[in-house]
Ligand binder design. Structure first.
Ligand SMILES: CC(C)(COP(=O)(O)OP(=O)(O)OC[C@H]1O[C@@H](n2cnc3c(N)ncnc32)[C@H](O)[C@@H]1OP(=O)(O)O)[C@@H](O)C(=O)NCCC(=O)NCCS
Length: 152
């Protein structure tokens, strides 16, 4: 997908230095580089980046297994936030999920993450359950949000 200023394309191993910079600035429990390397080999995973003039500005990942897709992560570099990259990455992942005949997309989010919550709600995700004390760094619950693709 080509936006006026950036391209959304598949993540490659060459992107991982820049992905890790955004990962570390975005999450209190960042994934390791090795996790991303393994994900790029995972046949059920779809990882995308926003490429802004050759620079990785944002990325998102999803697992898609039969009728269920699961967003594993989405993060936008601090200087690129609030310009629609997060939403557009999510919409591209949704297209991939639909192409794989997924019926729903799930994700976990911290109830304290107001920016992500607002983005997911705006995209049609609804709260469907809670995983108690999911986040080990502060025992925060995870809110599970779901988007039902057959209804939209
Ligand atoms: C959450 C995140 C991915 C949003 O990406 P983004 O590119 O800045 O978001 P977008 O510009 O696409 O905005 C989409 C919607 O999200 C909401 N949103 C984004 N940033 C927001 C903020 N700081 N406060 C409130 N709402 C916000 C708005 O509803 C926005 O819609 P609008 O532009 O019509 O108002 C980004 O803030 C981020 O990387 N955060 C750190 C990592 C993270 O928390 N990932 C999610 C883990 S579950």
């Amino acid at each position: 997908m080509l936006n006026s200023s950036y391209l959304i394309r598949k993540m490659t191993k060459q992107d991982l230095d820049e992905v890790m910079i955004i990962e570390i600035e975005s999450f209190t429990m960042p994934w390791s580089r090795e996790s991303y390397e393994a994900e790029l080999e995972n046949q059920y995973a779809s990882y995308l980046v926003c490429d802004y003039a050759g620079e990785v500005a944002a990325y998102a990942g999803m697992w898609s297994v039969y009728e269920e897709a699961h967003i594993t992560n989405v993060a936008v570099g601090k200087e690129f936030r609030c310009q629609g990259m997060g939403r557009n990455l999510m919409l591209e992942e949704e297209k991939l999920a639909r192409a794989k005949k997924a019926e729903r997309i799930l994700l976990e989010v911290r109830p304290s993450n107001s920016a992500a919550l607002a983005m997911y709600q705006g995209l049609g995700f609804i709260p469907t359950s809670i995983r108690k004390q999911y986040y080990s760094n502060n025992q925060e619950d995870a809110l599970i949000m779901t988007k039902y693709l057959d209804k939209v």
